[in-house]
Design a protein. Structure first.
Length: 85
């Protein structure tokens, strides 16, 4: 299995290349993935019909990324840097 190592700066740079609507779709998708990985059900989830599928081929840097592990890593980095609330 290939493990992708990207920094939060790289992620933010990629997100900045997308339109505001596409950024919102990415964030919504990641949120839904986190909830589904935690065993929660999200009644707003549209599954395979999710509008994020329209971005297919535009963002390849996130392929194979464990969203929950990535979020935990970013949060720990933010906590270390004093960036959390």
């Amino acid at each position: 299995m290939l493990t992708l190592q990207i920094t939060k700066d790289q992620v933010f740079s990629l997100l900045e290349q997308l339109s505001y609507t596409e950024q919102q779709e990415v964030l919504q998708y990641l949120s839904q993935k986190l909830h589904s990985q935690q065993g929660e059900t999200n009644p707003h989830s549209q599954g395979a019909q999710h509008p994020l599928n329209q971005l297919s081929g535009k963002i390849k840097a996130f392929q194979g990324v464990n969203a929950l592990a990535w979020q935990q890593q970013i949060r720990s980095e933010w906590d270390e840097d004093g960036l959390s609330h």
